[in-house]
Ligand binder design. Sequence first.
Ligand code: GDP
Length: 699
Amino acid sequence: MAKQFNVALIGNPNTGKTSVFNQLTGLNQQVGNYPGITVEKKQGVCKLARGVKAHILDLPGTYSLNASSLDENVVIELLLNKNDKDFPEVAVVITDVENLKRNLLLFTQIKDLGIPTILAVNMADRMKRKAISLDIELLEERLETKIALISSRKNEGFDYLKELITNYKTLSVKPCLNASVIAPEYFDRLRKAFPNQDLYKLWLVITQDVNFGKLDRQEMSSVASFKTESISNLKRLQQKETIARYQFINGVLKETLTIDTANAKDLRSRLDRVLMHKVWGYVIFIAILMLIFQAIFDWSSYPMDLIDSTFASFGEWTKNNMPAGDFTNLIAEGIIPGLGGIVIFIPQIAFLFLFISILEESGYMSRVVFLMDRVMRRFGLSGKSVVPLIAGTACAIPAIMATRNIENWKERLITILVTPFTTCSARLPVYLIIIALVIPDQRVLGIFSLQALTLMFLYLLGFGAAIFSAYLLDKVLKIKSKTFFVVEMPNYKLPLFKNVAITVIEKTKSFVVGAGKIILAISIILWVLASYGPGNFNKASEIVQKQEIANNLTQVELDQKIASFKLENSYIGHIGKAIEPAVRPLGYDWKIGIALVSSFAAREVFVGTLATIYSVGSDEEETIKNRMAAEINPANGKPLFNFASGVSLLLFYAFAMQCMSTLAIVKRETNSWKWPMWQLFVMSAIAYVVALGAYQFLK
Ligand code: GDP
């Protein structure tokens, strides 16, 4: 079999690179990360004529080879390193026929590296409506390359593009620009110092912070001397390079491109007038957010309930049909619910990404960013952080995955770190039961229910904590990450179904395989801790039966008592008791301690755990509430759940990072354990301090 050759897809953001990649590779693609960084790496295989196959690497969208972000560094580092296994035999630069001028800058830079470079002019389907005409032959001549006019939307021109890729060896590798024109003297010196090196490559090595594999140590230090020469001088030369390139491009396009503006039927400006209106723009955006919120909160509850009951009955079935024993218990109570705990997130993730990818695809998202950016930037966030923060009110998992759209790494990291503060739906059952218990059922001013106001306050508190900590993180985090704010907006388009579907499938898959493993592992550990224990644990039924012999309990009541005894004596029970001294100052006892530890699986587990401990059925909320109300604090003989301990518990749940699934997804999205561990530590510390303060102040 012939060796596959490497093809790199390169282009400005929004030129349709992803769509071209999807057309070329179909589902033969693989998404991962570049080693050590969080930039997404997409690769796939494209079948060409005569059984030849090409390995296609979809490089991150970049505006030029003058790196200003992590994503762009990836592109430069690959193109400068011939030894990289992905180094392209041929580059395909994707451009948008409506933004050719800006897009061609990158094309000329890549061609000047001496890599055979095909120009793919995408969105050809729009040429007619926009009254654009392009003299392809002349443009090929001027740029000294081959051009494929394509439309990934209409699937047109791809056969020819594949043919060009197959025959890449016949392409000219002559540069567009003679690098020396930037600064003849300076380049003369460079040429003398490195007679065997390609000048433009050298120039990039000097101006960009990247490693250049081929230089030996001595040469490296001489390059360093060229580097330190004068930073501002280098910057000036870089600008000169850009200007020279644009001059060249302008000249070429003047001859080859004509746009008959008077005949363009332009819907875009009319839409923009409404969607970016000072008032209507926000109103429409809020309406769209509410729709998204409704979808992840409400609509997904149907499939989620279905998943929940399916896994429950599957667990039940396993228990009844497999030989009784530890192994069956592990499967029925540990692994199956653990898997269920992963699958249950799929509807929310799918809904959120369905909306996000439609918004992105349609071109609307760029308008939102423009609208929201000014507000959000003050807090170190991006206009695109709005969606994760809102989605976080349903669930932090899809919300954190949605931060992938934020290009700037610092803004993205801050958004990831603060999103778990927003009140997710798993906190709701906990809030409801505690509010019902400790907040009086009264009305303020005769209208507003005090309990409802408390709930609203908790939501606002979540948002407030997120925004405020974003502001602090922006000041504290020392991450260099320049923002290259491009004012140019993409056109409105009907979303491509294929792109939307691939996004949804891809995100769901990456959650299931990325974070799923960790969630499964932790749920099994938690299950083991709750289902096994030392000493008395194994004699639970005898002991309880003996204790209760006089009480004439029904079988159900007896089983509940046994379950409660078991939980108390399990490993998790011991942990709960061990942490009692730590949680006592917050107004809790060991039972709450156990519930706190076990709700790490998912916050809503809190209620179920208490139900088990109090030996009541978990679907009887009223009963749990009554049992909680009857709990006596042994220290003072008064009710354990008074206003002070209730508020303390509410605040604890508002701030604490008590969700292994969130930690798992943060690990996956930041590619390291460092950030989730920080999150766990800092959020728990805040929760502890706030709950402590509240209890001590109120008691
Ligand atoms: P990327 O940011 O460069 O990866 O671009 P995408 O593949 O995400 O595409 C950006 C937008 O252009 C999306 O809304 C696509 O639906 C749209 N698009 C992609 N190819 C074409 C095309 O050939 N014609 C038209 N009209 N739109 C396209």
